[in-house]
Design a protein around this ligand. Structure first.
Ligand code: SF4
Length: 511
């Protein structure tokens, strides 16, 4: 018998036991009647990893259980490739994130497994046709464009810019830095919705054993003890929202994807099965907090005073996907590396967006406008100042000319900027967005803090990963592998007739 509704499976899993996780995933694949085939690609969330970010990523024990189960469940005659691919947080090499996550030894244990660092792959253009699109095309790494059986394997976390990062939001890691940074601003939710047209996963399995509260890079661990699986991203995220007690339609990217036909938002249209009821899952998640906090409130009670005006859009009064949230993540990184960050920081004023109010800064307090759209007109310590917007409308930014600096360029850039502005009380750091890394480097200079990118415990590994990545890309380019394939119609993903997944016709075993 078949059940036409998208299915979400709730399973109890108190610890990171790979054998147990493998069994749970095998049973999930069986329930959903899924057989991995062709090019099977698994996308974990490894935005950051290692000792400083222990709860930010899909744990290797979890991923290994998923990979083993996929291999067992696959039809060996039709499985061409089993692979893992990811682009970690902007600026850092994915090799470094995989190393810190302990993935490489695990990869070796899965016979024949391939892995992709997405920023090193050719970026393929995917045309978009839907009315609400931000642009006419977007780029994604070739392994994503070519995947026949796509598995989304996120970490259950809160997110300071998008409320939560479950299955839909994990797609931000299917673009390399230059393409990811485009539209990573107040339209971040629309961007996440647009990324859905590239490919939809046949299978989703989220690491909700130790979930992450509050933030995405430095979340507070929350012992949730669950594995959740599904076959539809919207239905999956909707159930996850209900588990933590938030209205799924209050999360803009989930609402947008639902409105565009990617899946149902009502629990009546979702088949929830497993060894936990929704009520039991809610009990396990009781008290989990999400992290949508405006920057002015975030810095309340510290030496940093933040001021936020509207971004350049009539539809938004705050830039949830850009500079303010990046600053919140930046200060948390600094606190991780230096517990005295807050006491060391001098009184500083940070301005975001079109700010219309006053700035009560004393003559020795720096005022920094963060981002191209930041504006201010008025007196600062008795001296008149005027900063007008330098924002370039998104229609003027081309996906074909997308660029992103590496961490060494950013270090040099911030160093030079601070030298040039050394005598100015108020100045702007340009960019849209100004990345987390640049804001970390800015705080380092303003507060004379330790530079986390030069941490002695990490520098050798980081440099090894960084230069391996650069050498690999240089060799590829030398032998004719292009960086971008503009106009390439790969596999017809996002063709008009394939724009929407036929989620109403999935077949699962009845329970
Ligand atoms: S400059 Fe920053 S705050 Fe302004 S629109 Fe761009 S990302 Fe948002």
């Amino acid at each position: 018998m078949s059940n036409p509704k998208p299915t979400v499976i709730l399973r109890n899993c108190p610890e990171y036991n790979t054998d147990h996780i493998e069994q749970i995933i095998l049973e999930g694949l069986d329930t959903l009647q899924l057989k991995p085939h062709g090019k099977t690609l698994v996308k974990p969330n490894v935005v950051a990893s290692g000792n400083h970010f222990p709860h930010a990523y899909t744990r290797p024990e979890f991923l290994e259980g998923v990979l083993r189960a996929l291999k067992k469940a696959a039809d060996p005659d039709t499985l061409q490739e089993l692979a893992v691919g990811e682009r970690c947080g902007i600026t850092m090499p994915t090799r470094y994130a995989f190393e810190g996550a302990g993935y490489y030894p695990m990869f070796k244990r899965i016979n024949g497994l391939k892995h992709y660092h997405f920023e090193e792959e050719t970026q393929v253009e995917i045309p978009l046709y839907h009315d609400e699109r931000l642009r006419d095309s977007i780029f994604t790494p070739e392994p994503i464009a070519n995947a026949d059986f796509f598995v989304n394997c996120p970490k259950f976390k809160a997110h300071p810019w998008t409320t939560v990062t479950f299955s839909l939001k994990n797609y931000i890691g299917i673009q390399d830095d230059p393409h990811r940074l485009i539209d990573h601003d107040h339209s971040l939710n629309e961007k996440v919705a647009d990324l859905q047209y590239i490919v939809q996963p046949q299978f989703i399995a989220i690491d909700a054993i130790t979930a992450g509260e509050g933030r995405m890079l430095t979340p507070i661990p929350f012992d949730m003890g669950m594995v959740i699986m599904g076959n539809n991203q919207v239905a999956f995220d909707v159930v996850c929202c209900h588990i933590i007690g938030i209205d799924p339609l209050s999360v803009p990217h989930i609402r947008m994807c639902h409105e565009r036909g990617f899946g149902p938002a009502s629990l009546d249209e979702i088949n929830i099965v497993g060894d936990l009821t929704l009520a039991q899952a809610q009990h396990k998640a009781n008290g989990f907090s999400v992290g949508l906090v405006r920057v002015e409130d975030y810095f309340e009670g510290t030496n940093i005073k933040a001021y936020a005006g509207a971004p350049p859009s009539k539809d938004y009064d705050y830039c949830w996907g850009g500079c303010p949230g990046a600053m919140e993540e930046a200060i948390e990184i600094m606190r991780l590396f230096d517990s005295r960050t807050d006491t060391k920081m001098p009184k500083t004023h940070l301005v975001f967006g079109d700010y219309k109010g006053t700035i009560e800064a004393k003559p020795d307090e720096r005022v920094v406008l963060i981002g191209d759209c930041a504006t201010f007109k008025g007196d600062i310590a008795g001296t008149p100042h005027e900063f007008t917007s330098q924002y370039t409308d998104r229609s003027q930014k081309s996906v074909y000319k997308a660029k992103a600096d590496n961490i060494f360029s950013k270090m040099v850039g911030v160093e030079w900027k601070m030298f040039k502005e050394r005598k100015n009380q108020a100045f702007r750091v340009a960019g849209c967005p100004v990345s987390v890394a640049e804001q970390v480097l800015l705080l380092v200079k303003l507060g004379k803090l330790k530079n986390p990118y030069l941490d002695p415990g990490e520098i050798i590994t980081f440099n090894n990963c960084y230069f391996s990545s650069r050498i690999r890309m240089a060799i590829d380019r030398m032998f004719g592998k292009p960086y971008q394939n503009p106009g390439e119609a790969h596999r017809g993903h996002a063709r008009p007739e394939q724009n929407l997944p036929d989620y109403k016709n999935v077949q699962v075993k009845s329970q």
